[in-house]
Design a protein around this ligand. Sequence first.
Ligand code: F6P
Length: 475
Amino acid sequence: MVSRLIVVSNRVAVPEPGRKVAAGGLAVAVNAALKHRTGVWFGWSGNVVDEPADTPTTFERDRVTYSVIDLSNADFQEYYNGFANRVLWPILHYRVDLAEFSRMELTGYFRVNENFADQISKILRPDDVVWVHDYHMMPLARYLRARGHENKIGFFLHIPMPPPDLIQALPRHADIVGALADYDLVGFQTESDRDNFGRYLSSQGALMSRDGFTYDFNGRLVRIATFPVSIETSSFAKTARRSARSTFVREVTDSLAGRRLMIGVDRLDYSKGILHRMEAFERFLRDYPDKRSQVTYLQITPKSRADIPEYASMDQQVSALAGRINGEFGEASGVPMRYVNRTYSRTALAGLYRSARVALVTPLRDGMNLVAKEYVAAQDPEDPGVLILSQFAGALGELGQGALVVNPHEGEGVAAAINRALDMPLDERKARHKLMYEVIERYDIDRWAETFLFALGETRQRLKIFGNLRAMFSL
Ligand code: F6P
């Protein structure tokens, strides 16, 4: 029987008839992993109901079974809104100050992970390979192991992993972050994320291999590695070429009345640095008055996790700041910034990216940031725009040579980078773009998925070598 790939993530992009396939970063990544495989994608349906059914709802498409369960209201509040997004999300984004811990929510997090393990356990065959995604599901392998499954199980963290001191601010960290050692392979976006986790394991008494990538933690062997997540580079570039000629994008560019477009696209989230960025734009308008009439800044910000107080208050702050900027610098004939809380299709965004002379990607902390990669992929290589990139985005490792790199906390520097981007001569724009495009063309989302699954496939072999060596040394 062919071995299957079982993917597990909080959200599942179910391709229902008549419904557009969700195209967030995680969804595109998982679709790439399942593309030429027989598999199952298991997770939350996105629905919250009074009494969730005990069996998942399934949909078949090509060789993939989409299997989803509903959450109860308590699960949604405690696991998703509570522990995952009010404790793990801020701590893993270095914002311990925002973490709101409660034991009841932690219990909810463990309960949902156990329920996922029970459901997966019912369908798991011995030779299935399991790939778990993101911070919602950190202890899942531990529960699967407890149910007797010795399958190859890999985990990929889409968001950052902070240094050990911050991880230790998490109550019961050994049962959450430490539980990652129950996977065979744990993948991270950047070397710094990987090394932070390695140092955390060492701080908890794990034994490390010579190369620093294999650990023995409480009797389980785990390998750690980096796999920077990517995009469908060539198809995104094609979509952008087409979309830039669409009526929608033409209407936007016509409305600019000769000004250049500067774009930012982020979920409404404090990790994205939207407030800092807007303040930097305000500073740019103040410090470079001759440039005011040359640029319009479009900030597209779909609202997210709206039930969580930090997100609701940020919503108000960002709207107020957009109003203040336009109040102070706007004219009856036009305003310097457009702030839009809408979700645009991937196609529409691709066309907007291609039409934008500058992209502002300035998170305070971000696992990767695929907007940066999509912006690069969307450009016309003969007349590309300029990427302004935060030093705290995971994408820095691959795009840092071609982008204008900024510290998002230093508004003056971001304002100067905007000014420089607007003045940048064509030759320099082309050279910088080429450096970045070559990287994402070589390492696209298919390569990412193949590299991870290949590494997971051979991990047991490597772990065995490490186990044997360790046994020899202790003799
Ligand atoms: O990787 C970041 C992530 O949390 C994904 O897991 C998720 O799909 C995305 O951001 C959007 O967040 P949410 O599912 O909470 O809307």
